[in-house]
Write a protein that binds this ligand. Structure first.
Ligand SMILES: [Zn+2]
Ligand SMILES: [Zn+2]
Length: 765
């Protein structure tokens, strides 16, 4: 006879963990108890034969409920206490650990089965959920995750649900805070554009009919509204683009099931694993040539962003439509966060849609859909939000003071940090409007409140960019709370975010390749093609891409022909630039065509300069005629990568590196070389080679510094780290793939930045 006292921490509450422990204890003939400790921690006492205890520990690890995450399992042998049965004890109040805010979980197979089973009491019930699935974060008003702290409190359990809630034998519903049924749970309604109720028998069936007939519908989901429409009809997609004033940016699709996914795309096994994961992200998958999807869904791209239904409501709706897949794009007005309340949606989305399919459960916290793509076989976050946020990241060091990190400007995410944790917010968006800034403040305040953080002596950290709204926000919060405002260099933060999420110890420095579109540099230029030596508390800039001009500043970002012209003019003179621009169609990318050429050249002398790989790729994209105007973040460079797929490396097209105090990777000469070879070489191969050689140059530089700085790994981060061709170049140059690390639990783009900012702040203050 032996006894074990086990403490388990992680995501162990609200996921059916205690009934599971009860079940495996009874199955293995063990006595004792299981007890919620109030935090994200559970205490288990088991006693019995040592063989049974072994089996219990095996079951604990291998048969746990799907959404449970065991961060730490601490097992101590104790004296048997002579328990006579196994009990689920009432929750204790001995909070020794922070309680993790659980993220939302996509509908599980069991709940789906009940919805489709005409004999089940959840038949066609859009809000069915259980221990293993359903909303969490998006319905939480405060911690801990108890029903009275969520928007489910407005729906008191009916007698049947209550019975199941109190039955320890019911693994999926015992003590599960979010359960409900058609009798006691939320309901769906159909509204017209004026907000008036449309009296129909089944709002979901009716919505599907409207969509099939060409209508566009706003749908209230889990973390906000979507806009749904047929994806197979050019006219409808065109109409939606016109209404949303969104000419090119791809629309996400939702497909009923995997067989529908296969009808429109060619997923690999890794794509499928991501699609069916409990987070249910949007996954970028190669489009099938014969896909019956309108080319206007993702113009100029060979992939489609696809997700599976993650609530009963989505499933039932798609099931009723003729196509079984729909456009399911974020329901937000340009520049605003995703619409959350019915009232917001009626105001913000009424110009885009014909009807509103809504429900009466409050969305407390917004959560946009997460987006993942594969890059060289590795899943990379383009956006980490619903299903993943606000999971915390455990850090290999302790935060001496509370840190609040504001992130940067585009696709922004904030974060709070304390103890051994960094908690990034959900995706917030581009900080161009007051409403988005306010949303960032709300999301941060929710975390501050949930983790009971005292901001009095906190560190408020922002980017170094003096004009970012988030820089001002950090300043304001510091003044208001009395803490300190510190500024962190953009690319330093990109690399440090990966170090923290990987658990790298403070004593280990790394070589970082930080490649992206824009980041304020310490010398006042715009950086974005950087090789650095990085520790949490410091960085040394070792090499960068050659500075190129951005005539007209932000206009050069929107019209990359301007950068192309600038490079040619600086290298070959103004007259050549004009001549090439006319011959090469570069003028096509300028709103005023030929007339604008001289203006661009006259702006050269006082134009900002950038080492950004994004801007350089944009200029090549314009040069090769792939994309002349940027209508969304990253568009010309993304289309260039897509265009180059299947290309090969051309001989004798390499990049020189000028080794000085800081090495400079000479992109200007490469650009001219491409210009010269455009008449004889394939444009696809040129596009491929440029990206590959940029990667190779960055990689070979990094490799040299690895030795010099005695570092173990090269971390590649920043928005361009998802580019497969650049990565291939980097890998070939470094040689040893195991030495190259990319962020896997955070977006390499600016969505990961606040995590890096927080980590750095802890070491520089
Ligand atoms: Zn379920
Ligand atoms: Zn009920």
């Amino acid at each position: 006879m032996k006894a074990l006292k086990i403490r388990v921490s992680g995501i162990v509450q609200g996921v059916g963990f205690r009934p599971f422990i009860y079940r495996i204890a009874v199955k293995n003939h063990l006595k004792g108890y299981v007890l919620n400790l109030g935090g994200s921690e559970v205490e288990i006492w088991v006693e019995g034969k040592s063989e049974s205890l072994k089996r219990f520990l095996y079951d604990l690890k291998n048969e746990k409920p799907p959404p449970a995450v065991l961060d730490e399992v601490d097992v101590v042998e104790v004296q048997p206490a002579g328990h006579t049965d196994f009990k689920i004890l009432k929750s204790g109040n001995i909070v020794s650990k922070y309680s993790m805010i659980p993220p939302d979980i996509g509908i599980c197979d069991h709940c789906l089965k009940e919805i489709l089973d005409s004999s089940s009491r959840w038949y066609r019930y859009p809000f069915n959920s259980c221990a293993w699935c359903g909303p969490r974060f998006t319905v939480m008003r405060k911690v801990p995750y108890d029903r009275e702290n969520t928007s489910m409190i407005e729906f008191p359990l009916c007698e049947e649900c209550s019975k199941e809630y109190h039955d320890p034998g019911n693994i999926r519903r015992y003590h599960i805070q979010g359960i409900s049924c058609p009798k006691c749970g939320p309901k769906v309604f159909l509204l017209d554009r004026s907000g008036a109720l449309v009296d129909v028998k089944d709002p979901i069936v009716e919505s599907a009919k409207i969509i099939d007939e060409g209508g566009i519908i706003a749908i209230k989901g889990l973390g906000g509204f979507h806009i749904a429409a047929l994806a197979s009809d050019d006219d409808i997609v065109f109409l939606l683009r016109k209404r949303k004033k969104r000419p090119q940016k791809p629309f996400a699709l939702m497909a009923l099931d995997l067989s529908t996914v296969r009808k429109i795309s060619s997923p690999t096994r890794s794509h499928i694993e991501l699609l069916i994961s409990p987070q249910r992200p949007i996954v970028l998958i190669p489009k099938r040539e014969d896909a019956p999807v309108s080319p206007l869904v993702a113009p100029g791209l060979s992939t489609l962003g696809i997700m599976l239904p993650y609530t009963g409501l989505h499933y039932l709706l798609l099931h009723e439509t003729k196509d079984k897949y729909l456009i399911m794009t974020s329901g937000n007005k340009k520049g605003l966060p995703i619409s959350k309340t019915i009232r917001d949606a009626l105001r913000e989305l009424k110009d885009f849609v014909d009807y509103f399919l809504v429900h009466n459960r409050e969305i407390v916290n917004r959560a946009d859909d997460s987006v993942i793509r594969l890059s060289n076989g590795e899943p990379m976050f383009l956006r980490r939000s619903r299903g993943c946020a606000p999971n915390w990241i455990k850090t290999p060091f302790k935060f001496d003071r509370v840190v609040v990190a504001m992130g940067a400007q585009i696709a922004n995410v904030g974060a709070v940090a304390f103890d051994h944790y960094i908690v990034p917010t959900q995706y917030i968006g581009d900080m161009e409007n007051y409403q988005v800034l306010k949303y960032l403040e709300e999301a941060l305040s929710f975390l501050v409140k949930s983790y009971k953080l005292d901001l009095k002596s906190a560190i408020f950290v922002s980017d170094m960019h003096p004009a970012y709204d988030t820089t001002r926000l950090a300043e304001e919060w510091a003044l208001e709370h009395g803490g300190e405002h510190v500024k962190v260099q953009h690319h330093h933060a990109h690399i440090a975010s990966v170090m923290a999420s990987l658990g790298l110890k403070p004593e280990n420095g790394v070589i970082g390749i930080a490649i992206d579109g824009v980041g304020y540099g310490a010398d006042g230029n715009i950086w974005g093609g950087e090789v650095m030596y990085v520790e949490y508390g410091k960085y040394v800039r070792l090499a960068h891409l050659e500075y190129q001009p951005m005539p007209g500043g932000d206009r050069a970002t929107r019209y990359p022909s301007r950068i192309a012209l600038g490079i040619i003019a600086e290298k070959l003179g103004n007259d050549y630039a004009v001549k090439y621009a006319r011959g090469l169609d570069l003028y096509k990318g300028l709103p005023y065509g030929n007339r604008e050429l001289r203006v661009v050249i006259s702006q050269l002398s006082n134009s900002p300069r950038t080492s950004s790989i994004g801007r350089f790729l944009d200029s090549v994209s314009a040069l090769l005629g792939v994309c002349y105007v940027r209508t969304y973040e990253g568009e010309p460079a993304m289309k260039l990568e897509d265009y180059a797929l299947g290309g090969s490396v051309l001989d004798n097209l390499t990049i020189e590196i000028n080794n000085g105090e800081e090495s400079v990777i000479l992109t200007g000469d490469l650009f001219l070389e491409v210009l010269e070879r455009m008449t004889k070489d394939s444009r696809r191969d040129l596009a491929f080679t440029v990206q590959y050689q940029l990667g190779y140059a960055l990689g070979s530089t990094a490799k040299e510094f690895l030795k010099e700085f005695n570092a173990e790994v090269v971390i590649v981060s920043g928005g361009a780290a998802v580019n497969e061709i650049i990565m291939k170049g980097i890998c070939d140059a470094v040689g040893d793939k195991k030495k190259i690390v990319r962020p896997l639990t955070l977006p390499p783009g600016d969505g990961g930045l606040s995590t890096g900012q927080a980590s750095i702040a802890n070491f520089i203050v």
